[in-house]
Ligand binder design. Structure first.
Ligand code: ADP
Ligand code: MG
Ligand code: MG
Length: 906
C-alpha cells in the first residue's frame, strides 16, 4: 500500500516531487528543530491518484485518520473538541510555487460548539468568533466555490453599521453576528448548511486542494510558466497557531536578503493581531521588522536567529512566513526566494565572499536567461516614469514608440520613419507584418506561449503580453487603464525584461553588463555607482569561472570583420559559421546576376572572375579579425533566385514595358532565368551542395578566394585558421565530388603562392539523411557542424517562415510542444539525430571535431544538450556568446550536493 501521508518530521527538502515545495520545506524546518506547528503532508501521488480515479483512495482516508490521531495525541487536543479544540490549516503546495493559484483554508475544526470552547480556553471571545468567521469565508470561497465578494460585502456592511473602518475594531458580538450572516450566505448559495463535522470540513478541504490543481486559472498559469500538468499538488495539514490573539500576536513575511538587490539584512512586513493572508492582502498598513523589534524584542531576536539559521542551512536567500502567538514565534513556511536577474548574480557572489558557497555552486545559482536579461538595453531607472501596467515579460528589450492598434498602421508609420509599438488585445498571423514593422509588441491577453510572445521571441522583437489591466479597443484605437486613455500616436514604452508598460518616452541606455561584456571591466566600472559595480563584478567573476569550467568551445556566427571583432570581444573563440551569401548582396548582386545569366563557359568564367576578388577581400578581413582562431566558412547555401528580382514584379515590369513598346530584351532574359529557377519549395530545392554540383565553377571560385585570402594572411605574418564547410550534404558522394574539386584548388593555390595551406574541409549535418549516414559521410569530412535550424525544419517537415506565424501558438497552446523546437532543440527527436550522427561519425573517424551552428547554440537548455552529446563547440550569434559561455560552464559543472559532501549536512 503506498504511503500517502508523511508527518512533517518524516520528510526533507529533497522531497519536493512527493511533498511539494511547501511540505518539503516544512519538513526540513521541523528536522532543523525550528518551531514549526506539527502537522502532516498528503503526497502529490495521492493527488494524482485522486485526479485519475475521481475518488479519494480509501487507504488515504485511513492514513489521514491515523496521522490526525497521532497529531491529536501529540498536542493533547482533538479536532472539534467542544472544550479545547485542535484547529488545523489545510494548505496546498505543489513542487513549483504557483502563487495565488490555490488557496489555503485556516481554522478547520471550528463549529457552533467548539467556537465557544475556543473562546473559553483562550479567554478571548473576540478571537474565537474572528477565527470562526474567517473559516466560513475561506471555506465558502475555496471549498464551496462561493463568490468571495458576498463575504466581503457582509463584512463591509457590518463595519458600516458599527461605524468602524478596520476589522480589528469589530467586537466579539459583531463578529458572532457576522458568523450568522456568513452562514446564511453559505446556505443561500449552496442550499446546505456550513458543515459542522470537523472531519468533513477537513476531507472537503483536502479534496478542494486536489481539485484546485485543475482549475482553468491553474492550468493557464502552468502553461505560462511551463510547469507540467501531471505533477499534482500536495496538501499540508498544519496545527493552527494564532496571530489574531491580541496585540502581542501577529503575522508576517520576511526575506533574509533584499530580493531586488541581494543586499544582506532583514526585509519584511509584520501585522499585529492578524491572521494569515492579512499581510499580503493589504487590509491594514504593515509594520517593519524594526517596529516588531521595538514591540517585541524577544520574538524579533528569535526571528533573526531563525533567519540566519535558515540562510546558513539553505545557503541562499530564504523567503519566510511566520506568526507570533502571544509572544511565541512560529515558523509557517520557507523557501529559496525568487529574485531579480541582477540580484541572482549579486547574491551568488556575496555568498561566495561569505564562504557559504563555492564558486562552482555560484555558477549554478544563475542562468543564461538572467544574463541575457541583464545585457539588453535598459530604460533609465533614474528617469521619471509613469507605469501604466505590468504584463508578462515575453521577449526582452526596451522599446519606445507611438501606440498603433493595427498591423497596417504599424507598417505605414514605420515606413514613414516612426518608431511604433503595436498594441493588440492578442495577435494572430495577420499581424505579422505589423510585428515586423514595430519596435515592440504589447498585448493585453495571452501568456508566454501566445502568438505574440512566440513570434516576437522568434524575431527578437521586444514584447510584453497579457497586460490584463489594459483595455484595448482596436476599433476605437485606444488603450485604457482606469481613466488614462492612450490614443493612437501617443508614445508608450515597454520593457520586455520586466513586463512593465510606461506612458510617454523613457530614455534607453546600454546596460552596464553589456558595457562590461563588450568593453571590459574597467569601462563598465568607470563612474558606476556601488550597486552597479557590485553587479558587474559579480557577472565577471561568475562568467570567468564558467570559462574555466566549461568543456564546450564557444564560437560566433559572423559574416563580416566587424561582427567577428565584436564576437571576439564578447569572448568568441572563433567563427563557427560565416555565411558567404551575405557577401553576394548589395551592389554585388549585379555580378551574381551576370553569373546566373551567363550563356557560355566564357561568360560564366568572367562573371566568377569578377566576384572572386570581392570574396577574397571579405575573407581577408574576417581572418584578420579572428587571427589565430578557427574560422569556418560555409560555401554558398541559398537558392540562386534569392539573388534575382521578384518574379511577379519583374513580369509586371516586362509587361508594362512591352505595352509601351520599349526594349525588353534584357528584362526578358532575366525573367526567363527567374522562371527557370522558380521553385515551389525553395528550402528543399536547388541550394547548398547541390548548387556547387550543378553551377560549374561556383564553389571552386569560393574556395580559391578562401585559399588566396589565407595565403595573403600568412604572408602578412598572420595565423589564419580557416575551415571550409559544405552545406546541405545528404550523401557522402556529394561531399566526395566537392572535395575532389576543393582539394585541387587548394593544392594549386598553395603551390602558386608558395605557402602551406592546412585547410580542413567539413560538412554541415542538417538533413536527416546526413545524420543517419554520418558514418559514411565522416569518411570524407574533416569535421561536422550541426545545422540545427535546417535539421529541425527537415526532421519535423516544418517550413519555419511559414509555420511559426501560422500555427505555432496553437501547437504550444494544445501542448504539442512546450517550447518552439526552433528556440530549444527538440532533444528527443532532432536531438536523437544529433546523437546518432555524433556516435557514427566518431566511430568512423575517432576524434572527429563536431560543433553546432544553428541558433540553438545560444539557447541555454540546448547548450546543456550539446554538452551532454559531447560536441566540441557551439556557435551562436555574437550577442548570445556570453549566454553560451555561462551555460556551457553550468553544464560542465552540473553541481551535485552529494559530491560536495553536503547532502548529509541537513
Ligand atoms: P500560500 O501558499 O498562499 O502562501 P499558505 O498555505 O502559506 O498559502 O497559507 C496562507 C496564509 O496562512 C499564510 O500567511 C500562512 O502563513 C498562514 N497559515 C497557514 N497555515 C497556518 C497555520 N497552521 N497557522 C497559522 N497561520 C497559517
Ligand atoms: Mg505561504
Ligand atoms: Mg542550413
Amino acid at each position: 500500500m503506498p504511503k500517502y501521508v508523511y508527518e512533517f518530521s518524516e520528510g526533507s527538502k529533497e522531497e519536493k516531487d512527493l511533498l511539494g515545495g511547501k511540505g518539503a520545506n516544512l519538513a526540513e524546518m521541523t528536522r532543523l528543530g525550528l518551531p514549526v506547528p506539527p502537522g502532516f503532508t498528503v503526497t502529490t501521488e495521492a493527488c494524482r491518484r485522486y485526479l485519475a480515479d475521481g475518488v479519494v483512495p480509501p487507504e488515504l482516508r485511513v492514513q489521514v485518520t491515523r496521522a490526525l490521531r497521532a497529531l491529536e495525541d501529540r498536542v493533547g487536543r482533538q479536532l472539534g473538541d467542544p472544550q479545547d479544540p485542535l484547529l488545523v490549516s489545510v494548505r496546498s503546495g505543489a513542487k513549483f510555487s504557483m502563487p495565488g493559484m490555490m488557496e489555503t483554508v485556516l481554522n478547520i475544526g471550528l463549529n457552533d460548539v467548539s467556537v465557544r470552547g475556543l473562546a473559553g480556553v483562550s479567554g478571548d471571545e473576540r478571537f474565537a468568533w474572528d477565527s470562526y468567521r474567517r473559516l466560513i469565508a475561506m471555506f465558502g470561497k475555496t471549498v464551496l466555490g462561493i463568490d468571495d465578494a458576498l463575504f466581503v460585502e457582509a463584512m463591509d456592511s457590518m463595519k458600516r453599521s458599527r461605524g468602524v473602518t478596520q476589522d480589528v475594531d469589530l467586537g466579539a458580538n459583531d463578529l458572532e453576528e457576522l458568523v450568522e450572516v456568513y452562514k446564511k450566505v453559505v446556505h443561500q448559495e449552496t442550499g446546505r448548511s456550513f458543515p459542522q463535522q470537523p472531519r468533513e470540513q477537513l476531507d472537503l478541504a483536502m479534496n478542494a486542494v486536489f481539485d484546485s490543481w485543475n482549475t482553468e486559472r491553474a492550468r493557464l498559469y502552468r502553461r505560462r510558466e511551463r510547469i507540467p500538468d501531471d505533477l499534482g499538488t500536495a496538501v499540508n495539514v498544519c496545527t493552527m497557531v494564532f496571530g489574531n490573539l491580541g496585540p502581542d500576536s501577529g503575522t508576517g513575511v520576511c526575506f533574509t536578503r533584499d530580493p531586488a538587490t541581494g543586499r544582506q539584512g532583514v526585509y519584511g512586513d509584520y501585522l499585529p493581531n492578524a491572521q494569515g493572508e492579512d499581510v499580503v492582502a493589504g487590509i491594514r498598513n504593515t509594520l517593519t521588522l524594526a517596529d516588531l523589534a521595538e514591540r517585541d524584542p524577544k520574538s524579533a531576536r528569535q526571528l533573526y536567529a531563525v533567519m540566519r539559521r535558515l540562510e546558513t542551512h539553505y545557503r541562499d536567500l530564504c523567503d519566510i512566513e511566520f506568526t507570533i502567538e502571544r509572544g511565541k514565534l512560529w515558523m509557517l513556511q520557507t523557501r529559496v526566494g525568487k529574485r531579480t536577474a541582477a540580484a541572482a548574480f549579486r547574491i551568488a557572489a556575496q555568498l561566495v565572499d561569505e564562504q557559504l558557497i563555492t564558486m562552482d555552486e555560484a555558477l549554478q545559482r544563475v542562468t543564461g536567461d538572467q544574463l541575457a536579461r541583464l545585457m539588453f538595453p535598459q530604460f533609465d531607472r533614474s528617469a521619471a516614469r509613469t507605469r501604466l501596467a505590468t504584463g508578462l515579460a515575453a521577449s526582452p528589450g526596451a522599446a519606445v514608440g507611438e501606440a498603433v492598434f493595427d498591423s497596417a498602421t504599424a507598417v505605414a508609420r514605420h515606413a514613414a520613419g516612426d518608431s511604433v509599438i503595436l498594441v493588440r488585445r492578442e495577435t494572430n498571423p495577420d499581424d505579422l507584418e505589423g510585428m515586423i514593422a514595430a519596435a515592440g509588441v504589447l498585448t493585453s491577453r495571452g501568456g508566454k506561449t501566445s502568438h505574440a510572445a512566440v513570434v516576437a521571441r522568434g524575431m527578437g522583437r521586444t514584447c510584453v503580453c497579457g497586460a490584463e489591466a489594459i483595455d484595448v479597443d482596436a476599433a476605437a484605437r485606444t488603450a485604457r487603464v482606469g481613466d488614462i486613455v492612450v490614443n493612437e500616436g501617443d508614445v508608450i514604452a515597454i520593457d520586455g525584461s520586466t513586463g512593465e508598460v510606461f506612458l510617454g518616452d523613457v530614455p534607453v541606455m546600454t546596460s552596464p553588463v553589456a558595457t562590461y561584456l563588450e568593453e571590459g571591466l574597467d569601462a563598465a566600472l568607470t563612474g558606476a555607482d556601488e550597486e552597479t559595480a557590485e553587479l558587474v563584478q559579480a557577472v565577471h567573476r561568475v562568467l570567468t569561472h564558467a570559462d574555466s569550467t566549461r568543456r564546450l568551445g564557444v564560437r560566433a556566427n559572423a559574416d563580416t570583420g566587424e561582427d567577428a571583432a565584436r564576437a571576439r570581444r564578447l569572448g568568441a573563440e572563433g567563427i563557427g559559421l560565416c555565411r558567404t551569401e551575405h557577401m553576394f548582396l548589395g551592389d554585388r548582386r549585379a555580378l551574381v546576376e551576370r553569373l546566373i545569366l551567363a550563356d557560355s563557359a566564357a561568360a560564366r568564367a568572367s562573371a566568377l572572375e569578377a566576384l572572386m576578388p570581392q570574396q577574397r577581400g571579405d575573407f581577408v578581413e574576417l581572418l584578420e579579425a579572428m587571427d589565430g582562431l578557427p574560422v569556418t566558412i560555409r560555401l554558398l547555401d541559398p537558392p540562386l533566385h534569392e539573388f534575382l528580382p521578384d518574379r511577379t514584379e519583374l513580369s509586371v515590369r516586362v509587361a508594362v514595358a512591352r505595352e509601351r513598346g520599349e526594349d525588353t530584351a534584357a528584362d526578358e532574359t532575366l525573367l526567363a532565368a527567374v522562371e527557370r529557377l522558380h521553385e515551389s519549395n525553395p528550402m528543399l530545392g536547388l541550394r547548398g551542395v547541390r548548387l556547387g554540383l550543378v553551377v560549374p565553377g561556383l564553389f571552386a571560385m569560393q574556395v580559391r578566394a578562401i585559399a588566396e585570402a589565407a595565403a595573403e594572411r600568412i604572408k602578412a605574418g598572420g595565423d589564419p585558421q580557416v575551415e571550409i564547410m559544405v552545406p546541405l550534404v545528404g550523401s557522402v558522394m556529394e561531399l566526395h565530388l566537392i572535395r575532389d574539386e576543393t582539394d585541387g584548388v587548394l593544392a594549386e593555390v598553395a603551390e602558386r603562392e608558395n605557402v602551406t595551406l592546412d585547410i580542413p574541409v567539413g560538412t554541415m549535418i542538417e538533413l536527416p539523411r546526413a545524420a543517419l549516414t554520418a558514418g559514411r559521410i565522416a569518411e570524407a569530412a574533416d569535421f561536422f557542424s550541426f545545422g540545427t535550424n535546417d535539421l529541425t525544419q527537415t526532421a519535423w517537415g516544418f517550413s519555419r517562415d511559414d509555420v511559426e506565424a501560422a500555427f505555432f501558438a496553437a501547437y504550444l497552446d494544445k501542448g504539442v510542444f512546450t517550447v518552439s523546437p526552433f528556440e530549444t532543440l527538440d532533444a528527443i527527436g532532432v536531438g536523437r539525430l544529433v546523437r546518432i550522427a555524433v556516435e557514427e561519425g566518431r566511430r568512423a573517424r575517432p576524434g572527429l571535431k563536431m560543433g553546432v551552428c544553428g541558433e540553438h547554440g545560444g539557447d541555454p537548455e540546448s547548450v546543456h544538450f550539446f554538452h551532454e552529446a559531447e560536441l566540441d563547440y557551439v556557435s551562436c550569434s555574437p550577442f548570445r556568446i556570453p549566454v553560451a559561455r555561462l551555460e556551457a560552464g553550468r553544464a560542465a559543472g552540473a553541481y551535485d550536493d552529494t559530491a560536495a559532501g553536503l547532502a548529509g549536512a541537513r
